[in-house]
Ligand binder design. Structure first.
Ligand SMILES: C[S@@+](CC[C@H](N)C(=O)[O-])C[C@H]1O[C@@H](n2cnc3c(N)ncnc32)[C@H](O)[C@@H]1O
Length: 207
């Protein structure tokens, strides 16, 4: 989904923010492609040593930071960035739509986000996870939010849809501020789904 961003706009980005970024693989990829500095904001501090190790391995440790915070409860702890990334995070929160609005508010140029499609089969799975989660004592829950609500939340901050893509179960969208990246064309595509894959290619090819 990063390949939807114009290369010139990535190189011109002074700051990248990855919300719910885990080890921060996507912001790392943008730093490798020429963005200035990056930050990962995570609910879970357990990711921090792994994020640091990844940054050291890629030679970007002096350009990236990790912060533990809840972006919904404490949005003031997050600083705005030229590019805001949110991969597979909207579906981890019952407040995923609100999270999208907060993320879009923080984006000076572009918001790149992925989420599961609003499919009946996924909504059923979300409904039936509750008894299973209780049975196996799992705290994790996923939520399927309507695409229209997610898009409305991003657009409510003055952003417009720049690119969108979907596979069998996942979709991503790129929202931009007017004039950002020097391109206002809307790109849409169908095809195989790279977003759901756990594997992240840090070699510089499109994710
Ligand atoms: C499914 S993981 C995805 C991690 C990473 N983006 C990836 O694709 O590998 C979702 C992450 O979002 C984080 N998260 C969920 N809600 C958040 C919030 N309100 N503020 C910060 N992080 C959040 C969770 O802690 C979790 O690590």
């Amino acid at each position: 989904m990063l390949s939807a961003l114009p290369a010139r706009a990535i190189a011109g980005a002074r700051r990248v923010l990855e919300i719910g970024g885990g080890i921060g693989a996507l912001q790392a990829e943008l730093l490798l492609r020429g963005a200035g500095t990056g930050e990962v904001i995570e609910l879970l501090g357990v990711y921090e040593p792994y994020a640091r190790r990844l940054a050291e391995r890629l030679g970007i440790a002096d350009r990236t930071t990790f912060r533990v915070a809840d972006v919904i409860d404490a949005p003031e702890q997050a600083e705005a960035a030229d590019i805001v990334l949110m991969n597979r995070v909207v579906c981890c929160s019952a407040d995923g739509v609100r999270l999208t609005e907060v993320a879009a508010d923080l984006a000076r140029g572009a918001l790149v986000l992925s989420h599961p499609r609003y499919l009946r089969v996924l909504r059923w799975a979300a409904r039936f996870q509750e008894p299973l989660a209780r049975l196996f004592r799992r705290r994790y829950r996923f939520y399927i939010h309507p695409r229209t609500a997610i898009h409305r939340a991003a657009s409510s901050t003055g952003m417009s849809l720049f690119a969108t893509w979907h596979g069998a179960f996942w979709e991503y969208s790129v929202f931009t501020r007017p004039g950002w990246g020097g391109n206002s064309a809307l790109h849409t595509s169908d095809g195989a789904n790279p977003i759901g894959a756990r594997h992240v290619d840090l070699g510089g090819r499109p994710l």
